[in-house]
Design a protein. Structure first.
Length: 265
């Protein structure tokens, strides 16, 4: 069969337009049928035609669960909303809870693990001198943060429901936004696992880090406090009993009350 030969969807039988084919392990899938699959499903190319037919049957049956879902609680992020039906012990993650979006309805008992992941990007600040980009001495950095949820579940169609809590990078100066992301992430963890968060807004982040985020945060979660950043902290100003962290917060204890960084010595 040639590259430009007409192809037909092995699910609905309709002709597939140019660039509209979604290749399966043993057949073809049109984009309209592909839209009906779970948004968390990632194994399409390794699925057979029979696998897809079975999932579409499940997705059709899921619409009844959506209609019977009774919201008792919702946790809204800037990307998705976590809906809970605590009377039936179910939850879903969606933009809208309707049959058009048809979000997957799962039991809370299907949650294997729920973690909040924090990624840090370090960006060196420079200036221009004689038309050239020059680094400060010692180097000066700014930091950006990305908060996301990593939810592992038991489902025949997908293993993970991972999503970012916000749309754009959060700069280090935006402490209120960072604390809000932590609050929302902790609330999701508590709601899906039944474990109360041990770190609340305003509490030292290093407390949760030293405890390994045992309520569900990734053990060994990395806030980017690598050796290079520790060297940066040696350049921070110190006066009397207070010291200024790289993130900009003033502290008196051994660790930064905002980002958890150790006091330089």
């Amino acid at each position: 069969m040639g590259l430009f030969d007409k192809k037909y969807c092995d699910i609905c039988g309709e002709k597939i337009g140019l660039l509209g084919n979604r290749k399966l392990d043993d057949g073809n899938l049109c984009k309209e049928c592909a839209k009906k699959l779970s948004p968390w499903f990632e194994e399409r190319r390794h699925s057979t035609v029979e696998d897809i037919k079975q999932q579409l049957e499940y997705r059709e049956a899921n619409k009844e669960k959506v209609q019977n879902f009774r919201i008792t609680r919702r946790i809204t992020t800037k990307k998705y909303t976590v809906f809970l039906d605590e009377t039936q012990g179910n939850f879903t993650i969606a933009h809208n809870l309707d049959t058009k979006e048809n979000p997957d309805i799962l039991s809370l008992s299907d949650v294997v693990q729920c973690n909040m992941d924090v990624k840090q990007d370090r960006i060196e600040e420079t200036y221009t001198k004689d038309g050239k980009t020059v680094s400060y001495q010692p180097p000066v950095y700014k930091y950006e943060y990305y908060y996301s949820m990593k939810i592992q579940v038991r489902s025949p169609w997908f293993d993970d429901m991972d999503f970012q809590l916000h749309s754009f990078a959060i700069e280090q100066e935006n402490r209120a936004e960072m604390m809000e992301m932590e609050r929302v992430g902790n609330e999701i963890i508590a709601a899906l696992t039944g474990q109360a968060p041990r770190m609340q807004s305003g509490m030292p982040m290093n407390q949760g880090m030293n405890q390994g985020m045992s309520y569900g945060m990734n053990q060994g979660v990395n806030y980017g406090m690598n050796q290079g950043m520790q060297q940066d902290m040696n350049n921070m100003q110190q006066s009397g009993g207070t010291w200024r962290c790289q993130c900009g917060a003033e502290n008196t204890g051994r660790f930064c009350e905002y980002c958890g960084s150790p006091r330089p010595f």
